[in-house]
Structures are given as C-alpha cells and as structure tokens.
Ligand binder design. Structure first.
Ligand code: BTN
Length: 254
C-alpha cells in the first residue's frame, strides 16, 4: 500500500477533516482519498464531543466505500484501532493499549482517538464510511484542557531522540500499510485476536450507562463481534456500544 497511490489533501489548518471528507465523499469513488491536517479548529470526537486538535498532532480522515452494512463500520473502527496501535508502536517503541471501543492509550493516558462516521443514501444504505484518526504527538500535557485529564501525547521532552526521529509521514504510511491489510478482508477479522490482546479492560472494574441507569461491572472479555462482555452484580451483559469508564482512573470523559 504505497502512499503515492493515495490522493492526499493536506491542510495546515481546517475545521475538521471528517467534516471535509463527508462533504466531498459523494465525489469519491475509491478508497484512496485522505484528508490530513496539522491542526483542527473544530475536531470532532465521539458522542458529539470536541477532539482537541492543536498543532503537534496528526489528524486525518480516509474516505472508504466499503459496500458493507452500517454495522461493519464497527469492524472498520476495530481494525483501525489495531493498525494505529501497531503504527504508533513502530515509530515510538512505546507499548499501546486499546480501550474499548476505539481509544489508544500509552501508560494509562489517551494518545489517540478514532471516529468512524457513515454517509448514507436516501434509503438509509451506507454509501461511504469516513474513518477519522487523531493522534497526539508532541502537544504538551498542559495544553490539554483540565476537563480532559486522561489526554496526553506520545512524545514528551525526555524522549528527545524519538522526538526527532518521528516523521508524521512515516506514521501515516505505517498506519495505511497496517490498516489496508485488514480492510480488504474485513470479514476475516484478522485484527480481532490482537484487538483483544491489546485491550487493557479485561478484569477491570468499570461503570457504564444503559437506559439512563448507571451500572458497575467487571469486564470479562471481548467477543468476536467486538462486544464487551461484562458481569454486573447479578448478571452477564453484552455491550455493543457506548461509553465506559474505568473505576480508579480519573472519571472525566476524554
Ligand atoms: C474520540 O476520541 O472521541 C474520537 C476522536 C477522533 C478525532 C479525529 S481527528 C481526525 C478526524 N477529524 C475529526 O474531526 N475527528 C477525527
């Protein structure tokens, strides 16, 4: 998967690469268009949140035409989580963990988020999937707002050598190489074992919300459909989506 085979739109500053990608998605007929930005002024996160996207990160969106059901966008996200974890590990030599569904953590801090958005036709059929990835590379900890206490960057001052060596283009290339290996055979789920292995939730106590009620549970496993299997006081539950918080880590959303 060579980077020269992609059509790349590079912006020094943009509101949101996902928003831009959504706007042009109808004109794009293959899986080879990427929008990259050095900074976003209105970076979008999951659940309508803002994704802080100052200079010092890599923010990109890929327009995919998956010819799959909307449900398969879950697997796009899961494959992307493994691919981005591999790419970060290869350029930083730091170990990445995955927090279900789609956050990448290093040493208990979130360094990357993924947001997959669908573009639908009039019949509700998915036309394109916009895969958006935001990676915090160099931004200093203090630049993240106080209400996102778990956000951090991959590289810090002490990491000078890695700092110099980190090439954003290299990171993007690594990601594309890893992601498209999975994407073209999405249904084979070759990413799933590694997704489970890198997931750091197993055995952890968590809280989650369902039907406006708060639950406390222990994470038992992740199944082959990327559902989270949790055990509450009285029963086992299968969570297919939503937001969980790990008890004992800071409780504010990131
Ligand atoms: C999350 O952590 O909630 C998901 C964050 C996804 C952020 C990326 S940055 C590139 C792309 N453009 C956006 O506006 N959002 C995604």
């Amino acid at each position: 998967m060579k980077i020269k085979n992609f059509k790349i739109f590079h912006f020094k500053k943009i509101d949101s690469t996902n928003a831009y990608a959504k706007n042009i998605a109808s004109e794009v007929i293959n899986d080879k268009t990427i929008i990259v930005a050095d900074k976003q002024t209105a970076g979008r996160g999951r659940l309508g949140r803002t994704f802080i996207s100052n200079r010092g990160g890599l923010y990109f969106s890929i327009i995919l035409n998956p010819e799959k059901s909307a449900q398969d966008t879950v697997f796009i996200t899961v494959a992307a989580a493994v691919a981005v974890a591999r790419a970060i590990e290869s350029i930083s030599q730091k170990k990445c963990d995955i927090k279900w569904v789609n956050d990448i953590y290093i040493e208990n801090k979130k360094v990357c988020g993924i947001l997959t958005e669908g573009v639908f036709d009039n019949n509700g059929k998915i036309k394109s999937a916009i895969l958006g990835v935001g990676i915090n590379l160099f931004e200093t900890r203090e630049k993240f707002p106080k209400n996102v206490p778990l956000a951090d960057s991959i590289f810090h001052k002490g990491d000078k050598i890695l700092f110099k060596n980190c090439k954003r283009k290299q990171l993007l290339k690594e990601f594309l190489k890893e992601f498209f290996k999975f994407y073209y055979n999405l249904e084979k789920k070759e990413y799933m074992d590694e997704y489970k292995k890198k997931s750091f939730l197993k055995g952890k106590k968590i809280t989650y919300v369902q039907d406006d009620k708060n639950y406390i549970a222990t994470v038992k496993d992740i199944d082959n459909n990327a559902n989270l299997i949790v055990v509450t006081q009285d029963k086992e539950e299968v969570l297919s989506h939503g937001e969980i918080q790990i008890i004992g880590m800071e409780q504010l959303p990131v």
